[in-house]
Write a protein that binds this ligand. Structure first.
Ligand code: PMV
Length: 341
């Protein structure tokens, strides 16, 4: 059975009674997101159903802008910026489009622009698949609600289900085998002073995808057994920190959670280590800022590039220590929905 055999009944349920004929074009934007409490491990690989819930922050204006239209001929055209998308990504997009293709000989033209500073070494499949799901909703005029759009995005990439929303987002793991209860939800909280910094350390594609890294870790790491418990504790702590605007608690929870996730990978057999010497140097620099009494914390996904978490009053110190940092204000600083360069 192919993954799409498992996905198709879910899509059919979501789209029951909705239009199947496309309009001229659909377009949408979706923000990238950074998990503060990570998604690491699936209970269903085809549906991207997670072992645990997770919690993220969306990056405001940084993300993907996608246009989708009928190609007028068989076969899909998938562009990333002005260029054809890398073959692997284009194949993933085409497989995803198979789920909503009106007829086998119907081709789509998909054009995605990543609004992410190219030097930031930050490409996000989360914002890409979320923007694609939203653009398809626009193209076909489905008018799906946000939980349904989040589920549709999840079928492309797990973390994409969080990129359907702005602000703090919790992805509830759910327990249903069809995943209809596994989607993102925006938390009712803002934090105008919150800042993130992307550190461009390694900008080439990572050698091991999160998809493979997750599976390898779940299957071989003796530390994975402790992960669900760690996440449950960290989720509670992150929610409480957000509710009370307790920044040191939020930062320490996010950093501890990311380190625990990497520890599960480091203990996998063979080990999976995304860190480079530059990653560790950046970590030490962040810790040195903390030793000076500055509340600067870090998180890291399945890659070598740390992201820093801090509040606006530390922006100058962060900029001085990390001159290449791309600083983002997720809740809009002086200019709403704009990254602060
Ligand atoms: O959605 P995926 O398959 O790219 O997995 C994302 C996994 C992490 O980025 C490491 C964690 C997360 O919650 O985003």
């Amino acid at each position: 059975m192919s993954p799409n055999d498992t996905r198709r009944p879910v899509v059919d349920t979501l789209l029951a009674g909705r239009p199947r004929a496309p309009r001229a074009e659909g377009a949408a934007f979706a923000p990238a997101n950074i998990a503060l409490v990570k998604y690491w491990g699936k209970r269903d690989a085809a549906l991207n159903l997670p072992v645990t819930s997770s919690l993220s922050i969306s990056l405001g204006e940084l993300g993907s802008e996608t246009r989708v239209a009928p190609a007028g001929r068989p076969g899909d055209t998938v562009l990333l910026g002005p260029d054809p998308a890398p073959a692997g990504f284009a194949a993933r997009v085409s497989a995803y489009l198979d789920l909503v293709r009106p007829a086998p000989d119907f081709g789509f033209r998909v054009e995605t622009h990543n609004r992410v500073p190219t030097a930031a070494g930050f490409a996000s499949s989360a914002s890409g698949f979320a923007a694609l799901a939203l653009a398809l909703d626009d193209l076909f005029g489905w008018a799906l609600d946000l939980p349904a759009l989040s589920i549709l995005a999840r079928l492309g990439s797990g973390s994409a289900c969080r990129s359907v929303f702005d602000g703090f987002v919790e992805w509830t793991a759910g327990s249903r085998p069809d995943g209809m209860d596994s989607h993102g939800r925006r938390l009712d909280a803002t934090w105008p002073a919150l800042r993130l910094a992307l550190l461009p350390i390694e900008t080439s594609a990572k050698p091991v995808s999160s998809r493979h890294g997750m599976r390898h870790t779940v299957e071989t790491s003796p530390l994975y057994a402790a992960w669900p418990e760690t996440v449950a504790r960290d989720l509670e702590s992150a929610r409480a920190a957000i509710a009370t605007r307790d920044f040191p608690r939020l930062g320490a929870t996010a950093e501890g959670n990311a380190m625990a996730m990497h520890a599960t990978m480091h203990a996998a057999r063979p080990p999976l280590v995304y860190w480079t010497p530059a990653t560790i140097a950046a970590m030490r620099r962040a810790h040195a800022l903390r030793d000076e009494g500055r509340a600067v914390y870090l998180t890291m996904d399945a890659g070598p590039n740390p992201k820093l978490l801090f509040e606006a009053d530390q922006a100058d110190a962060v900029r001085a220590a990390f001159p290449n940092a791309v600083i983002v204000a997720p809740f809009g600083g002086p200019s709403a929905r704009k990254p602060v360069a």
